[in-house]
Design a protein around this ligand. Structure first.
Ligand SMILES: C[S@@+](CC[C@H](N)C(=O)[O-])C[C@H]1O[C@@H](n2cnc3c(N)ncnc32)[C@H](O)[C@@H]1O
Length: 213
């Protein structure tokens, strides 16, 4: 029976790839992922490169290829189960009557875990949130003062997210850590205040840690 493997590739550096991810990719008939993800692997078979614009179409294609009898390795950044490709693949599989037992998730190291490591905050003691791809981010206001630090994937530019918090009554002096391009050679970790960060530029590839005060 052919399988669809959803493979977590970690935060971006080869050092964070698991052995299981490498072996599964090498044994797959077709590997599907972004160019950045595919570049992490050597000795792979046929590839299909996707980009964000046609992501949904490529995900449908991944399921179709598995339905037609090939083993597919679908590459998902970080861990597939945290703001990753697991959710959309489950939806598409349901629509296409692709049996969930033919899906195997190979977990990866999430950007969330690296941010937990950088900030030395246990993630079981934090609010874990993802605003990735969301317009409405009101629910951050419900938890931001619950006494726990918050580790979040921002929905928009970090400066806009910090400005949103300030505009909604959060103390501008509140401490924040921005973890940008974790695991890459140009990784940047900035610890400052909401006010300072709201005046700074970062790429979209960031995790924010918002401290309790
Ligand atoms: C589609 S989500 C995928 C999250 C992924 N499944 C994970 O577990 O890290 C993409 C977002 O994850 C965050 N992200 C992924 N890789 C990152 C990295 N190396 N450094 C900082 N943030 C990262 C960024 O917020 C990025 O916009």
């Amino acid at each position: 029976m052919s399988k669809l493997y959803i493979i977590g590739i970690g935060p971006g550096s080869k050092e964070y790839l698991t052995y299981k991810a490498v072996k599964t990719v090498q044994n797959a008939d077709i590997v599907i992922g972004s160019q950045r993800a595919i570049n992490l692997f050597d000795d792979i078979n046929k590839t299909i490169i996707f980009n964000v614009k046609n992501l949904h179409k490529n995900l449908e294609e991944s399921v179709d290829i598995a339905i037609n009898g090939k083993n597919v390795a679908l590459l998902s950044t970080g861990d597939p189960g945290f703001s990753g490709l697991l959710s959309p693949i489950l939806e598409i599989s349901k629509e296409k009557n692709f049996n969930i037992d033919n899906i195997e998730v190979i977990p990866g190291i999430s950007s969330l875990q690296l941010a937990s490591g950088k900030s030395k905050i246990s993630w079981d003691k934090a609010n874990i949130m993802t605003f990735h791809g969301r317009k409405n981010i009101n629910d951050i206001l419900e938890i931001i003062d619950n006494g726990k630090p918050t580790i979040a994937l921002p929905s928009r530019k970090v400066k806009d997210m910090t400005q949103y918090l300030i505009d909604n009554g959060v103390n501008p002096e509140r401490k924040v850590m921005v973890c940008e391009r974790l695991s890459y050679p140009d990784e940047k970790i900035v610890k400052s205040t909401l006010k300072d960060i709201s005046n700074s530029e970062f790429t979209y590839m960031c995790v924010m840690v918002i401290y309790t005060e």
